[in-house]
Ligand binder design. Structure first.
Ligand SMILES: *Cc1c(COP(=O)(O)O)cnc(C)c1O
Length: 365
């Protein structure tokens, strides 16, 4: 049996006719950069994600960049970023010339650890980036309390966390702003690049709208140095076709995760620990194993796709050498990078495939 790690064809095949009809509609109305499809998506996504407002942009990375600009973060400022996340969480600070201050993650949730966070705050700290990693919401309450006390903004990197909940609230507008990605492999993915900024702060969202379109509020009158960062009509059209399926797809990911959690009984494998404050939406189902590379090779031999997400913690990335961090600085992040392995969890997997993965993992010696 072959179990794919990712299979976009399988996800798209049942939607083919609906997608083609949506593209034909976009061709007819001609709104290719912003336009009616983007308007509909911004409204639809805000409703489904239960956030106050949503602005569509070119990618998740650019959502983070525009939030940093809109918050006025820049040279001389410091931003706290988890040491284990996708690189774009750190671009938030780097793109605007702020100094990155890395912090370790919690060994159970793999998200920013509130423990020890206050010691990293200085008078220059302007923002904390929390990543809801692998679909698991970060432990927001203590982080928000610290931020409120010290007058710091909290930015949610929610690129892997569509519909994720924290204490009964959907992520994306719990902090000051949220960044979503609609890269094809995300829990809600388009057919190319796409992203969104979400927030309760209408003023901030207005600023994002200006920044994404050349800093212009009025045609050919530019109030700010802006960017070309609009969401494309065809992307929004594809997302509008997929959005109604997000809840069902998320529930399927969670069902597969429960099968893994209940079925994997190999004592050499560490399973992810669900947080008390909200179930993960399982963008990834990430296990740990002392001989991760041998396990990965074994799974490949049995026809099972898996991926190392991520093999390097951010403080040891060559591009951040100039920050002067070294091995040993963030032991939890470093250990996870050495032992993590993500299993197939796309919602299109069959029960038979899921059971096959469990069987092969339990047979691994
Ligand atoms: C994917 C991702 C991003 C970037 O999103 P893009 O749309 O690919 O630019 C940012 N942060 C995290 C945690 C991600 O997983």
């Amino acid at each position: 049996m072959k179990v794919p790690f990712i299979d976009l064809q399988r996800a798209h095949e049942p939607l083919r006719e609906e997608l083609l009809a949506a593209f034909a509609n976009t061709l007819d109305h001609g709104g290719f950069c912003l336009g009616p499809d983007v308007d509909a998506f911004e409204q639809g996504f805000a409703e489904v994600q239960e956030v106050a407002g949503c602005v569509g942009v070119g990618s998740g990375t650019e959502a983070l960049h525009l939030i940093a600009l809109a918050m006025g973060i820049g040279p001389g400022d410091e931003v706290i970023v988890p040491a284990f996340t996708f690189i774009a969480s750190a671009w938030f600070a780097q793109y605007v010339g702020a100094k990155i201050v890395f912090a370790d993650i919690n060994p159970q949730t793999f998200t920013l650890d509130p423990e020890g966070l206050e010691e990293l705050v200085t008078d220059k700290t302007k923002a904390i980036v929390v990543t809801h990693l692998f679909g698991q919401a970060a432990n927001m309450e203590p982080i928000l309390a610290l931020a409120a006390k010290r007058g710091i903004k909290v930015v949610e990197d929610a690129a892997q966390a569509h519909l994720a909940q924290y204490n009964g609230r959907t992520v994306g507008d719990i902090g000051d702003a949220g960044a979503f990605s609609f890269y094809p492999t995300k829990n809600l993915g388009g057919l190319g690049e796409g992203g969104a900024v979400t927030s309760r702060n209408a003023e901030l969202l207005e600023k994002i709208k200006v920044l994404r379109a050349h800093g212009s509020k009025e045609r050919y009158l530019n109030h700010f140095v802006g960017y070309n960062n609009r969401m494309e009509g065809l992307q929004a059209a594809s997302l509008n076709v997929k959005l109604p399926h997000l809840r069902g797809k998320t529930a399927r990911r969670q069902r597969i995760a429960r099968c893994y959690l209940g079925g994997i009984e190999n004592p050499s494998i560490s399973l992810p620990v669900p947080a008390r404050y909200g179930e993960s939406v399982y963008h990834m189902f990430t296990i740990r194993h002392a001989e991760r590379d041998r396990l990965k090779a074994y799974l490949a031999e049995e026809g099972i796709g898996s991926d190392i997400v991520y093999p390097h913690p951010l403080h040891l990335q060559p591009c951040f050498n100039f920050l002067g961090y070294k091995e040993g600085d963030f032991p939890v992040a470093e250990e996870l990078a050495k032992t993590c392995l993500s299993l197939p969890i796309v919602p299109e997997l069959t029960d038979e495939e899921v059971n096959y993965v469990i069987e092969k993992l339990n047979a691994f010696q």
